[in-house]
Every structure is written in C-alpha cells, then in structure tokens.
Write a protein that binds this ligand. Structure first.
Ligand SMILES: C[S@@+](CC[C@H](N)C(=O)[O-])C[C@H]1O[C@@H](n2cnc3c(N)ncnc32)[C@H](O)[C@@H]1O
Length: 193
C-alpha cells in the first residue's frame, strides 16, 4: 500500500521509552478476553503488553499506515511467539479492515493531534466509531500541552478539553481525563449506544 501524503504522520516514532503501556491499559480497563485495537500502533509496544493482558481468549489488532513500523512489530511478534496479535497496514482515515461493533477497547496513542492538524477528524473518528462495540471504550492518549521535549511542537498539541469537545461532537460520551506518566494524559470515552 502506498503511503499517503499527510501533514503530520510521525512515521517511525515511538513512545516506548516514555509511556507505560501497562498503566495506560489498566487505567483504560483492558480485561482478559477483550478485543483490543491499537490504532496508529507505531512499533506496537502497547499491543505487545495488551496481548498478554487479553490472553488466549482475547485478540489484539494492531494497525498503522507505515509499513516499516508494522514490519518491526511483526518481527517482535515472531521472536516472542505471540499468537493473538493481528497486524494491518491501513489508513484509519480510509478504512479499518475489521468488522463493525467488534472492539472492547481502542487506544489511540499520540496520533489524534495529527488528525486534528490535518483536518481528518470526522473521517478517522467515523471509522473508529464503526469498529467499537456500542458502550465500549475509546481512549485517546496525547502529550500534555506543555513546552519542551519529548513530543510534537506545542502548536499542534491539544488540551484535554479540546479532545473532549471534539470527540463528544463525534458520537462518543466522555467519561473522564486522567494522567498517565509524566508527559501524557488520556481521555476516556464510550461509543454512544
Ligand atoms: C507519534 S506515532 C505514535 C505511535 C504509537 N502509538 C506510540 O505511541 O508510540 C504516530 C503513528 O500514527 C501513525 N498514523 C498516522 N496517521 C495514520 C493513519 N491515517 N492511519 C494509520 N496510522 C496512522 C503513524 O504512522 C505513526 O506510527
């Protein structure tokens, strides 16, 4: 698949060293047997942790538009002999290649500000909304809007209130915003029934 030209894609970036996947997933409520989607997974470090939390009964879908990142994740999956992660090279703003009303928890970490900057909010959120079960959780993790590294330029970072406002206008009911680690916050929401 050809990589589309977007403004802010951050191909090949990972927050593996600064974001605690286990903290994100426990605060977002991931359980054994869940179907989990890592939307814009990068090298998939969140998916790797999710795979052991959901266990043999569960399923992890890891998706990114950047083939090199998916290749990296596939190598890790092979080396660790993981059986419950399915990977996709796909564009969230076009089509997520999974069935509707399937996902128990979708985490989108460090991706959403790019969709806002590129004016791709409606297209991306309508696909995310399609694949999440009604009443199930959508968690957006973003860098706090503070000066300095790590993270994207301050001008494209979002406040929690901005994220909450955008998703509530796109079919999600916000349940709250919490801190995760030094640099990030997470907005938790439910797909409206
Ligand atoms: C800053 S990285 C974050 C990666 C990972 N979630 C993390 O926190 O380490 C943003 C990721 O979003 C992916 N991405 C951007 N636009 C996308 C789209 N339209 N569809 C799928 N993935 C996309 C990029 O390829 C990149 O891997």
């Amino acid at each position: 698949m050809a990589v589309k030209k977007h403004g802010h894609l951050h191909h090949g970036k990972t927050t593996r060293d600064i974001l605690d996947a286990a903290d994100v997933l426990s605060k977002a409520g991931l359980k054994t047997g869940d179907i989990f989607l890592d939307a814009g997974c990068g090298d998939g470090f969140i998916s790797i942790v999710a795979s052991s939390l959901v266990g043999d009964e569960g399923q992890v879908y890891a998706l990114d538009i950047y083939p090199e990142s998916i290749k990296k994740l596939e190598n890790e999956i092979k080396n660790k002999n993981i059986k419950n992660i399915e990977t996709f090279v796909a564009d969230i703003t076009e089509k997520i290649p999974i069935k509707s009303d399937l996902v128990d928890l979708c985490v989108m970490a460090n991706v959403f500000h790019g969709f806002v900057a590129n004016k791709e909010v409606e297209k991306s959120l309508s696909e995310i909304k399609r694949v999440i079960k009604p009443g199930s959780t959508f968690a957006i993790v973003e860098f706090k809007k503070i000066e300095g590294t790590p993270g994207p330029p301050l001008s494209i970072r979002l406040n929690p209130e901005e994220v909450e406002d955008i998703i509530s206008r796109n079919g999600f009911k916000v349940s709250g915003t919490i801190e995760t680690g030094l640099y990030h916050y997470m907005v938790l929401s439910e797909k409206m029934k």
